[in-house]
Design a protein around this ligand. Structure first.
Ligand SMILES: Nc1ncnc2c1ncn2[C@@H]1O[C@H](COP(=O)(O)OP(=O)(O)OP(=O)(O)O)[C@@H](O)[C@H]1O
Ligand SMILES: CC(C)(CO)[C@@H](O)C(=O)[O-]
Ligand code: BAL
Length: 286
């Protein structure tokens, strides 16, 4: 199977997926929630580099949304998504219905360790990573990939999935792909579509605040708390409501000591903030 020689197939059931993948090399897998943009397409291009049929899933996973979040509003744009995927050499789009993926209420769940999953995104979206791990585990069982590609834009999600795959000894290589940005630096995100024109102009302030944080990472004349407070203030003054803007160690997403800041410990500036009704996340390694 190869995207160039065979037409892309759009598959909605597990039985059809298993039949399509029988006698094929194990696929390379890109899980998504659809409403695709150039960031997703870069993951498909990365997937193609690994050989084997490329499977992209499109599924808006109710389990990872809190009741007040945007599950109902989340854009479902399957036809447009398929039109974008076909020229990228995607072989199979797996777009199951909720009933297909969750024929019964999903009472068995995959709970990642609180030390990682209750921080940052998990603190502001309780249960989020259990929802993510549960659906990703299930999608992995459906697709049985040799490689799975995830975006570094969802930095903590990538670490949580890497930990899950390692601890369950799943025979899958998890590959992280760099964040694709708009010309002004805004990380591409499906939720950017919620921004009004004025908000879209302001949206750059999130990556600017992260750059400022990253810039101060090694300068311990400013404490971590002072650095983070300044970034928070800068973003608030532009009309944002930050959930967090923080400098963390890449290894475990905990705060670095001043000694580690000076000694060159690999760090990452991470942020999540709301602009009007839209909540965006971004990060920058430093
Ligand atoms: N700008 C980007 N560059 C690279 N990968 C991305 C980018 N945005 C999302 N991804 C990755 O695409 C995969 C599917 O993500 P998803 O469908 O949730 O898109 P999203 O744009 O992150 O949506 P949302 O706005 O809902 O967070 C994830 O692995 C995610 O990290
Ligand atoms: C990995 C994922 C597809 C699971 O629903 C989702 O969290 C996403 O799109 O990043
Ligand atoms: N890309 C992360 C999926 C979510 O926010 O639900």
């Amino acid at each position: 199977m190869s995207g160039e020689e065979f037409p892309m197939r759009v598959i909605h059931t597990l039985a059809e997926l298993r039949a399509a993948l029988a006698d094929q090399p194990r696929p390379v897998f890109v899980p998504t929630m659809g409403n695709l943009h150039a960031g997703h397409l870069s993951l498909v291009r990365e997937a193609r580099r690994h050989g084997g049929p490329v499977v992209v899933s499109i599924f808006v996973n109710r389990l990872q949304f809190l009741p007040h979040e945007d599950f109902d509003q989340y854009p479902r744009t399957l036809e447009r998504d398929c039109a974008l995927l076909e020229p990228e050499g995607c072989d199979i789009v797996f777009a199951p219905s909720e009933r297909e993926l969750y024929p019964q209420p999903q009472s068995y769940k995959v709970a990642p360790p609180p030390a990682l999953a209750d921080l940052l995104e998990g603190h502001f979206r309780p249960g989020f990573f259990t929802g993510v791990c549960t659906v990703v585990m299930k999608l992995f069982q459906c697709v049985q990939p040799s490689v799975a590609v995830f975006g570094q834009k969802d930095y903590q999600q990538l670490q949580v999935i890497q930990g899950m795959v390692e601890q369950f000894a799943m025979p899958i290589r998890v590959v992280g792909a760099p964040t694709v940005r708009a010309e002004d630096g805004l990380a591409l995100s499906s939720r950017n579509g919620y921004l009004g024109a004025q908000e879209r102009e302001e949206a750059i302030a999130l990556s600017t605040a992260l750059r400022e944080l990253a810039h101060g990472a090694r300068d311990v004349t400013q404490s971590l708390a002072e650095l983070e407070a300044a970034a928070d203030q800068a973003l608030r003054s532009r009309g944002w409501a930050p959930d967090y803007l923080t400098l963390r160690r890449r290894s475990d997403l905990l705060p670095p000591t001043d000694a580690q800041r000076v000694a060159g410990e690999p760090l990452v500036a991470l942020g999540a903030a709301r602009l009007g009704a839209t909540r965006l996340i971004d990060n920058l390694e430093c």
